[in-house]
Design a protein around this ligand. Structure first.
Ligand code: GDP
Length: 209
């Protein structure tokens, strides 16, 4: 076992030591190049994407201990969504990932105002596609690349204001400097547990086989 962060209660385990019978499914969505993959890699491996070789698929998983419970966190990275004259442009993989997920991470880059501008429509996409349409899944909004102060294009106040209007938690993060990434994902897992207290997490497929 290796502690990811001494201040947190998440610890990670190699997949060969799989012990959990619960799984948390998280979809990460946002524009192209905002750092979705870098954030997933940072959260699950503690490394920056520059050190990381992409796998063939987009599903990443890691066994962790979350507030005393052993869980498998599965994170679905998705292709970038674009905003063009016809509205939002996205692949089926984005919608199927939203339908699959228990919780959603929406990401924009503070260096790219267009990536911020599409967050409202991304939120609507989640509302329309989530499996349980009677209630939204827990959603967190991340403003990534906070380390790139000299090329910032989205003001610091804009993210929290938008998150508050959408009813989401908000974190300004940096995948490259490992700032706030772990805390943000941890918060989302907690919100999921509060959101669905009676069936906090989906059963792990291996446990039901
Ligand atoms: P994706 O298309 O949203 O998955 O974006 P990637 O994860 O592939 O990242 C796009 C580029 O931004 C890559 O060159 C990353 O190295 C870089 N990047 C991602 N996150 C950060 C960050 O927090 N800070 C900086 N400086 N660069 C980042």
């Amino acid at each position: 076992m290796r502690l990811i962060n001494n201040m947190s209660t998440i610890a990670e385990y190699p997949s060969s030591e799989r012990r959990s019978n619960r799984v948390v499914k998280i979809a990460v969505i946002g524009g192209s190049g905002v750092g979705k993959t870098a954030l997933v890699v940072r959260f699950l491996t503690k490394r920056f994407i520059g050190d990381y070789e992409r796998n063939a698929g987009n599903l990443y998983s890691r066994e962790v201990q979350l507030d005393g419970e052993q869980v498998a966190i599965q994170v679905q990275d998705t292709p970038g969504v674009e905003l063009n004259v016809n509205g939002l442009s996205y692949t089926d993989h984005v919608t199927s990932s939203i339908q699959w997920a228990d919780a959603v991470v929406m990401v924009y880059s503070v260096t790219d105002h267009r990536s911020f501008d599409l967050i409202g429509q991304l939120h609507r996409l989640v509302s329309c596609n989530h499996a349980d349409r009677s209630t939204l899944p827990p959603i967190i909004l991340l403003a990534n690349k906070a380390d790139l102060l000299h090329v910032r294009r989205v003001d610091v106040q804009q993210g929290p204001l938008l998150a508050s209007a959408l009813g989401c938690s908000f974190y300004e993060v940096s995948a490259s400097e490992d700032s706030q990434v772990h805390g943000a994902f941890h918060r989302l897992c907690r919100e999921l547990a509060e959101h669905r207290p009676s069936c906090v997490l989906s059963p792990h497929p291996a446990a039901t086989a």
